[in-house]
Ligand binder design. Structure first.
Ligand SMILES: Nc1ncnc2c1ncn2[C@@H]1O[C@H](COP(=O)(O)OP(=O)(O)O)[C@@H](O)[C@H]1O
Ligand SMILES: [Mg+2]
Length: 333
């Protein structure tokens, strides 16, 4: 347990007769990025609020940096920083004033507060904006200020609740860079997101939360292997090579015809072979060994792994997400 920054077992929470969390288990090793991925209403913010002492759980055991939020909330609060889903930035005062307010809350001396605020404003590229009212900031600048404020207390564990929701792509990439730098500095990041790509990009481990339950947990690659559809595709330009390869691989080649909706040029498809595969090194090697012993070489080899979208839609209830039919799609890796 000691190398876990965050551990939770059997978290439960209900509001009235609505069960929001129905037995959630989480384990986040120190110095890693953990992403809690789930659609709107899944319970992500509730998890963050419970782990960060803002709300008490009905049941469950929790350790944050080794402390129990129920028994010792102050110790937990001293170890963590929280950037909520909705900004804590006060728009009426300047960015710098917001920072100094945080420094006060953390009982820093006036000179120490100024030093820390200046350093963070610099680090988050807010020096120019620092003297302007925060209400004039763009969405990306507000989020940067929000995170800078969270860092005033130098927390070792940071909760970021949907830090990029509503940001434009450039600001989102900036935020990803900020998160990566935090981790390089040894901070543990607990990140909630609705974006599969974000979890894929940043997280060491991902838990998929749906209707208050963890429906899958693992690395992005482990999760992708959970849904069917992964395969190795070999393409040939020489029909003779295609025939030899098909003979060599007859035991493993997928024989059912491709659906028209799979796309691709029919002539090209005719010289292709598909081998169902989880994309693992072992499976790839055995296919290459079979080709080698038959003395054929493919003109192109691609590994198609299902992407996180496939996992997400396979595991979560998508009825409340308009425009997402949950069609499996193919990605070339
Ligand atoms: N204070 C509350 N009172 C009643 N219901 C709540 C409260 N907070 C959250 N909920 C409900 O719990 C569910 C999960 O909410 P939330 O944790 O905010 O989900 P997410 O952050 O994943 O969108 C939602 O159905 C929400 O309406
Ligand atoms: Mg939320």
């Amino acid at each position: 347990m000691n190398d876990l920054a965050i551990a939770a077992n059997g978290l439960r929470k209900s509001y009235g007769d609505k069960t929001v969390l129905d037995g959630v288990d989480l384990a986040v090793p120190t110095g890693t990025v953990f992403s809690l991925l789930g659609p709107n209403g899944a319970g992500k913010t509730t998890v963050v609020k419970i782990l960060s002492t803002l709300v008490t759980a009905d049941a469950g055991a929790i350790r944050i940096g080794g402390h129990d939020p129920a028994a010792d909330p102050r110790a937990v609060r001293a170890a963590i920083g929280v950037t909520g889903q909705f900004s804590a930035v006060d728009g009426l005062i300047t960015g710098e004033e917001n920072m100094l307010l945080m420094a006060d809350l953390h009982h820093l001396s006036r000179s120490e507060g100024r030093r820390v605020a200046a350093g963070l404003l610099e680090r988050f590229d807010l020096v120019e904006a620092a003297k302007k009212p925060a209400s004039t900031y763009s969405g990306g600048m507000k989020r940067r200020l929000d995170i800078a404020m969270t860092l005033v207390g130098d927390p070792r564990i940071i909760f970021l609740d949907e830090p990029t929701t509503g940001l434009d792509p450039r600001s989102r990439h900036n935020m990803w860079q900020i998160i990566r730098e935090l981790v390089t500095g040894g901070v543990t990041v607990f990140l909630t997101t609705q974006y599969l790509e974000e979890a894929d990009q940043l997280a060491d481990r991902i838990a998929v939360l749906n209707n208050g339950r963890i429906v899958a947990q693992g690395t992005a690659d482990e999760l992708k292997r959970l849904v069917p559809g992964g395969h190795i595709r070999l393409r040939f330009t020489d029909p003779a090579a295609h025939r030899s390869a098909a003979a060599a691989l007859r035991e493993v080649v997928l024989t059912e015809p491709r659906l028209p909706s799979d796309g691709g040029d029919p002539a090209e498809e005719a010289l292709s072979l598909r081998i169902p595969s989880d994309g693992s090194q072992r499976e790839l090697r055995s296919v290459l060994d079979l080709l080698d012993s038959a003395g054929v070489e493919a003109d192109e080899l691609t590994v198609h792994t299902p992407d996180l979208d496939d996992v997400f839609f396979a595991l979560t209830d998508t009825t409340d997400i308009p425009g997402q039919a949950g069609q499996p799609k193919e990605t070339v890796r």
